[in-house]
Design a protein around this ligand. Structure first.
Ligand code: SAM
Length: 222
């Protein structure tokens, strides 16, 4: 399963690759802190009972439990084996019923077949992906014709904040709405739209996220 860009996984910050007891605790804390982000992503997603859902970087899996349990099929892919275990346990009813499965792996090489999903989601994870274009092409491959991709990023280049410290600390790449549009179109997506939202991130000194970003794009008819 390990690809070349997972080679340095052990040295990654916990938010990029939550691991062990502390990682599991952090993942639950993130779900609590990210609940405003979840709400805004869910609004754009507008999940329907017949959706076939893939989430990349699901962390605790609590977004799925709260917002995606009613869809027809759920799949999840995350870098961290501990997140696979945590999300499987948090969603054990869905796993037991054969409706949900969680796998360890890298978005650059998605372990599912072509055209399998009507929707692919990534919440607070895209800025960690080491090969964004490879990842987007992989997502396009597993999406069914006219399927949709939704990527939520609270921190982004349009939010008016100075992120120098966060970039050093969390090892991520921030994008503007225009950069996301360009990346998505160059990777083969269409109908790209960007929604900005205002939210509060409570665990970290209760600071306001002035312009969180939710990006939506579509795969063409083929
Ligand atoms: C900041 S956490 C967000 C977790 C969850 N989406 C949430 O908002 O609560 C980022 C998650 O993305 C996963 N991740 C980061 N890079 C990844 C990659 N290249 N492929 C798959 N998962 C990745 C991490 O393991 C982690 O669980």
């Amino acid at each position: 399963m390990a690809s070349s860009c997972m080679a340095g996984k052990d040295k990654m910050p916990q938010v990029e690759n939550p691991t062990g007891f502390f990682g599991k605790l952090l993942a639950r804390g993130m779900a609590w802190g990210h609940r405003g982000f979840y709400k805004n992503a869910a609004k754009v997603l507008d999940l329907q009972p017949d959706d076939s859902y893939l989430e990349i970087g699901f962390g605790s899996g609590l977004f799925i439990k709260k917002y995606a349990a009613h869809v027809s099929r759920i799949a999840g892919l995350d870098y961290s084996k501990d997140m696979v275990n945590l999300a499987s346990s948090i969603n054990k009813g869905l796993v037991k019923a054969g409706k949900a499965e969680f796998k360890e792996g890298n978005v650059s090489s998605i372990p599912w077949g072509d055209n399998e999903f009507s929707v692919v989601v990534g919440i607070e994870t895209f800025f960690f992906w080491p090969e964004p274009k490879t990842a987007l092409k992989e997502i396009l491959r597993v999406l069914a014709p006219e399927g949709r991709l939704v990527l939520e990023m609270a921190y982004n280049k349009d939010d008016g904040r100075d992120h120098t410290k966060h970039i050093e600390k969390y090892n991520f790449t921030l994008y503007s709405g225009e950069e996301m549009k360009k990346l998505l179109v160059e990777s083969g997506f269409s109908d790209v739209s960007i929604v900005y939202y205002k939210s509060i991130w409570i665990p970290f000194k209760g600071h306001v996220v002035p312009k969180g970003m939710v990006v939506k794009a579509k795969k063409g008819k083929n």
